[in-house]
Design a protein around this ligand. Structure first.
Ligand code: GLN
Length: 483
């Protein structure tokens, strides 16, 4: 049962092979028994899950079930969940139970999904390894000495360990695609504005985007059908029709034009990863695609540009955590100033403080033009590079990450080497483009992800491409040893 995809579980529920209560109980038992090894959940919502499963079974029996009714999922712990702790991986929000649901959470509820719990993450989604979480590092099920990636590392680990068939994530600079790659699962970062950010705790508002993480492209399509769409509560959410993402999964790929950016296959890339990605591209050629080299010359500049813009926005977004309105407050403050200082000093972890300081500095009068404005100009050039290349090819393919999962602790004393892990993912967020990570093999027993990048609102095309690949390969079916 735990190896089944969402699509298979949905079929089983419809046929009556098992009920949603049985399915949900089985996953809850498994989380209890196994998650000590992975630390992938921050909160398990057993009671609520069983109540939702019961309601789902009733609607299946009444014949008014939808595609998602009764299916268990987990939410990254930055999606606000009414009455349930929403910690964002931080001590600052350890005591915070949201008074309302994020739009994404509400949509899954309306679709009849069952929430198993909230998954571990880097504090305020800042990180590429899930090590900055207040709740401790999540661990990679393929090797528990290694990171699952970040910041949606709990979601990646939970799906890979078969503790949930699917989970939501958010991606500001790679946080869906990178843990998907390192955990051997499929993840999609949609076009900026495709999925509502309402109730998704803000890290860098012009970059953040929620999306699905699951075993297959088909499952991601089912999830995106629920998640995507206009939301009047998010002014950056675009009012554009939502196609049925499952309807076009089987379209043939003959004539597909693939671009391989030469900058993605540089010395920074582990040669064994390059090999796996090129083998995957060869599969697409067999399916009728043509391949050509393209150039994204500002790829390297995405790291300095991103690591100015994201901290700048974060420094502003995180100013709301002041110990006054909600979240952590220090004990016995001497005066107001002392309360601000100590609440923030004690409530935030080291990486979050580093970002707030970098961001505040970059936004200072006098430095604003040199750093923030310059970074925004580079961002525009990066976006223009993509637009130019995507006039010529349908999609861009390359690696998701330069290396497979690294060891926990390996990059702790060197934030810049951690930032370098984002080299292939950041530029999509700067440009607002959609991208997927799809399993394409292993290196030393650890999974490798291939990234597929498309034009604005090309999610259906990306899912179609990934699905066709998964019809002729079985990398996405591999499970960590012992699972
Ligand atoms: N690793 C990047 C960062 O630390 C991206 C994280 C994310 O996408 N949330 O900012």
């Amino acid at each position: 049962m735990f190896d089944k995809t969402l699509a298979e579980l949905a079929a089983g529920l419809r046929k009556g092979d098992f009920s949603s209560v049985e399915l949900t109980s089985a996953y809850l038992e498994r989380i209890k028994a196994e998650d000590g090894r992975y630390n992938s959940f921050i909160t398990v919502t057993e009671e609520q899950a069983l109540a939702q499963a019961k309601a789902a079974d009733a609607s299946i029996a009444a014949g008014d079930a939808g595609a998602f009714t009764g299916l268990p999922i987990a939410h990254k712990d930055l999606f606000c969940t009414q009455g349930v702790r929403t910690s964002c991986g931080s001590k600052m929000l350890d005591n915070f139970a949201s008074p309302y649901d994020a739009t994404v959470v509400a949509k899954f509820k309306q679709a009849g999904a069952v929430m198993l719990g909230k998954t571990n993450m880097d504090e305020f989604a800042m990180g590429s390894s899930n090590e900055s979480s207040f709740y401790g590092a999540a661990r990679n099920p393929w090797n528990t000495d290694c990171v699952p990636g970040g910041s949606s590392g709990g979601s990646g680990a939970a799906v890979a360990a078969r503790l949930t068939p699917a989970a939501t994530g958010s991606d500001t600079g790679g946080s869906i695609r990178q843990p998907a790659a390192l955990c051997g699962i499929t993840g999609l970062k949609p076009t900026y504005g495709r999925v509502s950010r309402y109730g998704m705790i803000a890290y860098a508002s012009s970059l953040d985007q929620g999306g699905p993480m699951a075993h297959t492209a088909e499952d991601c399509a089912m999830m995106l059908n629920v998640m995507a769409g206009f939301d009047p509560m998010d002014s950056t959410c675009l009012n554009r029709e939502v196609p049925d993402y499952t309807a076009t999964l089987n379209e043939p790929l003959a004539g597909l034009k693939i671009g391989l950016p030469k900058e993605y296959f540089s010395d920074a890339l582990d040669p064994q990863i390059a090999e796996r990605v090129k083998a995957a591209v060869a599969e697409f050629e067999k399916l009728g695609a043509t391949v050509k080299e393209v150039s994204l010359p500002r790829t390297e500049l995405s790291i300095p540009a991103y690591y100015i813009i994201a901290p700048a926005e974060a420094s502003s977004n995180l100013s709301r955590f002041d110990g006054v309105r909600y979240g952590y407050r220090c004990t016995d403050p001497k005066d107001l100033e002392d309360m601000y200082k100590r609440s923030r000093g004690e409530g935030f972890g080291a990486e979050v403080k580093r970002r707030i300081m970098v961001g505040t500095y970059a936004l200072c009068a006098g430095y604003y033009d040199a750093y923030y404005n310059k970074a925004q100009q580079i961002r525009r050039l990066i976006q223009q590079d993509f637009v130019r290349v995507l006039e010529d090819v349908d999609v861009i393919m390359g690696p998701t990450t330069p290396h497979p999962a690294f060891r926990i602790g390996e990059k702790n004393n060197d934030p810049v080497s951690m930032y370098m892990e984002d080299i292939f993912t950041l530029s999509l967020n700067l440009a607002g483009l959609p991208g997927m990570s799809v399993p394409c093999g292993q290196v030393n027993g650890l999974p490798v992800g291939m990234q597929i990048i498309g034009n604005y609102f090309a999610e259906a095309k990306l899912l179609n491409i990934a699905h066709q690949f998964q019809q002729v390969t079985d990398h996405h079916k591999q499970a960590p040893a012992g699972i």
